[in-house]
Design a protein around this ligand. Sequence first.
Ligand code: NDP
Length: 272
Amino acid sequence: MGDGAGGGERAASGVLDRFRLDGRVALVTGGYRGLGRAFAQALAEAGADVAVAARDEARSVEAAAEIAASTGRRTLGLRMDVTDRAEVEAGVRRVVDELGGLQVLVNNAGTCIHEPALEVSDDHFQDVLQTNVRGVWLPSQVAAPHLAQQGPDGVRGSIVNIGSISAMIVNRPQMQPVYNASKAAVHQLTKSLAAEWAPMGVRVNALAPGYVKTEMAPVDEPRFRRMWIEDAPMQRYATPEEVAASVVYLASDASSFCTGTVLVTDGGYTLH
Ligand code: NDP
């Protein structure tokens, strides 16, 4: 018996096991709808117990119950406005107390307003920066001491920040200057936290999705169709599940040597 590569027998590498999250606890912000919901579902399917956090507590609880029913995992639905420090602290505390720890944080909550720069109000500017940048900063800062503790399998925590290809390219018809700037900040914040927290065993990576049909990205609207579908190399937008697979990769030991990475999952959109 040989391995066909000139070596002797080798033990199986267990590569698929590296994607499993059994015994770990994950928290997804903005998790009851859109991409966040798909991320929470995928993490639970990979074996994690999952907390779904959102501003609408009732819908978080409902989503958490549905995920528990379909996966058999323990779940928790809770209220958390990611711009409110007291709510973030209380939410993280609940996750740790009720699910027994915290090993994965997915900073998914985000907002986008399509408006030409000359019409952007101060309130709009504040809202987008607060949600998309401070809304990544606050949960990360509050969760980091918990993520730095060894989980049940000895592994420390992983943060996945949801950035965007909008941090890297500008699609002129979209008119979302503040959003684009906020996502660039998310990518750079990811790298800064990754460098600072690597010594405590906490990995921090970002995912830059291409277009996915959600309330934020009405890809079928005629004014956006050409930009989002016809001009895309694969001539389609992503399914939430395709993007969620990248989140599971970054959350799990499959990416154990990745930190400070921005993983682009965009069907080749940023190639042109
Ligand atoms: P949605 O608009 O469908 O969902 C956004 C989610 O964020 C909602 O659950 C919303 O909750 C929540 N949210 C907004 N503000 C806050 C807040 N202050 N506190 C807590 N939750 C909040 O958008 P997507 O699912 O499309 O987007 C998810 C993430 O993916 C975002 O970060 C977005 O920028 C990013 N992204 C999306 C792409 C796409 O094509 N869809 C492409 C690239 C990146 P509520 O119901 O309370 O408003």
